[in-house]
Write a protein that binds this ligand. Structure first.
Ligand code: SF4
Ligand code: FE
Length: 494
């Protein structure tokens, strides 16, 4: 069943016995839970747009494995054009959801595991690549959403996995059997994990031989025995459960999601194993996945940035401040920063190259520069949006106050709602409710639930800033640049 609709995707989640814990309890109705549903809607739109004639070319691609059209989120990039289209698709979805739509982690993991397994097999004579191709056929055929799971909790950052006090703090192989392996540990901050049909697990750092039991990559379904998830809360999340939450939530329909995914002795059959103790390949897998996901941020965050810039421009209209030259200049600055991020996402795609396995890898240096900029520019874009929006974004009464019919016993005999509408009017042509909605929308991205995706995820998602700086140092070819300087200056080493 290739190319599900959003509704079919949502129904498919109901058929999985995913164990979800939220506020200390196991919840059975997680698909319809008000805290979780917006994040499911964000993934659902990745399915719906694949059926939209306007976007189908961007949202789908022809599988190199089957020759059939598949959702681009399950595709192995076959060209630089595929890499560019990936970024364009992510910008589009950021614009449509103004949040994290979660499905990219799986796509980035597919491409990294595909090329790395090829090279492991080449060295060790293993059959991981065949295993992975068969797995991806299953993903493409069923149009699955997969959690690309890399980040371990990591414990004491000064110690390697095997020297941690708790040996489970990095996910590891605890038993090798004839028919498979048993794994134990956890993956933290897992974007879209609850909304995923399956999990594709990878190591989180380059490993030494002493840590070889931590060198493991595999896939398993969300309802595998021994697997459960604990939902990560977001700022202002309980607004979603309030009676009149519509306006106060800011972005009622869409959101992102992260969770802790725990593997308590989960059995993985042989045909779903893609790395098992070949420790010297952990670094390659991490580098490739991180590279793809750092490229991704040059698309998704730009799309969210588009929505935020639009909101800032609109609120300037509502406030009657749109003619002020400093406001116009701030909008120019926001656009400049946002398009710089996009340029980086496109550039690392244009400089992509084929791997030994045949799929295309992005330019690692430019992808790391892209993500390094993402750790900074959205913060500046948010600062400017808050500047233009004004303080009312964080001091405005609740929507319940705007709706209140309770008469305040003063001389005017106006209701609480009437007082709110009287004093929170901007320009006379704009209904107060429009201004209220817009300010809450900006609040949602800048410091509410969506700030997880636009701010802190920009900092730490796909690796914290220092991780990119390490890669930039490795890829930056300083020696080559020294040689340029020497040649130009006429310096000859004696
Ligand atoms: Fe996709 Fe961006 Fe969310 Fe990562 S942060 S899953 S790239 S939308
Ligand atoms: Fe992310």
């Amino acid at each position: 069943m290739a190319l599900m609709t959003g509704e079919q995707y949502i129904e498919s989640l109901r058929r999985i016995d995913t164990k979800v814990y939220l506020f200390g309890e196991k919840i059975s109705d997680w698909v319809d839970h008000p805290l979780i549903r917006p994040s499911i809607n964000s993934v659902a739109i990745t399915y719906d747009l694949a059926h939209d004639p306007e976007h189908a070319d961007l949202m789908t691609a022809v599988s190199n494995l089957t020759g059939k059209r598949v959702n681009r989120f399950t595709h192995l990039h076959q060209s630089r054009e595929d890499l560019i289209n990936k970024v364009k698709m992510q910008r589009l979805l950021g614009q449509k959801t103004a949040s994290c739509f979660q499905r990219c982690v799986g796509m980035d993991a597919f491409n990294a595991v595909y090329s790395t397994t090829y090279e492991i097999d080449e060295k060790h004579g293993t059959r991981y690549h065949e295993n992975f191709k068969n797995y991806l056929l299953h993903v493409q055929e069923n149009d699955l959403t997969v959690d690309g799971a890399m980040t371990d909790p990591k414990g004491d950052r000064a110690l390697p996995p095997s020297r941690q006090k708790d040996p489970d703090i990095f996910l590891r192989i605890v038993e090798k059997r004839g028919d498979g392996i048993v794994v134990r540990g956890a993956k933290a901050h897992q974007t879209g994990s609850i909304n995923s049909h399956e999990h594709l697990v990878m190591p989180t750092i380059a490993l030494a031989e002493a840590d070889k039991s931590y060198a493991v990559s595999f896939a398993c379904p969300s309802d595998a025995e021994g697997l459960f998830m604990i939902y990560g809360r977001q700022s202002s999340d309980t607004r979603k459960t309030e009676q009149f939450a519509g306006i106060d939530v800011g972005n009622k329909n869409f959101g992102g999601q992260e969770a802790l995914v725990v593997f308590d002795n989960v059995f993985i059959p042989n045909d779903r194993i893609f790395l098992c103790e070949e420790w010297e390949f952990a670094g390659m897998l991490v580098e490739r996945f991180a590279g793809y996901h750092r490229q991704s941020y040059g698309g998704c965050k730009v799309g969210v940035g588009d929505a935020l810039i639009g909101a800032a421009a609109l609120v300037a209209d509502y406030n009657g401040a749109n003619k002020a030259s400093h406001v116009k200049d701030k909008l120019i600055e926001m656009t400049h920063l946002n398009e710089t991020l996009y340029s980086c996402g496109i550039a690392c795609s244009c400089e992509g190259y084929p791997t030994k396995a045949g799929n295309y890898q992005i330019d690692l240096l430019l992808a790391n520069v892209c993500k390094q900029n993402v750790t900074r520019f959205p913060y500046e874009i948010v600062r400017l949006a808050e500047d233009i929006a004004g303080g009312l974004m964080v001091t405005m009464p609740s929507d319940a106050d705007f709706r209140s019919g309770e008469v305040v016993p003063t001389e005017s005999r106006l209701t609480v709602g009437e007082w709110c509408h009287k004093f929170f009017q901007g320009n006379a042509e704009t209904p107060t409710e429009n201004r209220q909605r817009l300010l809450r929308f900006i609040e949602n991205i800048c410091l509410g639930a969506a700030a997880v995706g636009y701010r802190t995820e920009s900092m730490h998602g796909a690796g914290s800033p220092q991780a990119q700086r390490v890669m930039i140092a490795r890829q930056g070819n300083i020696d080559g640049k020294k040689k340029l300087a020497k040649d130009l200056a006429g310096i000859r080493d004696s």
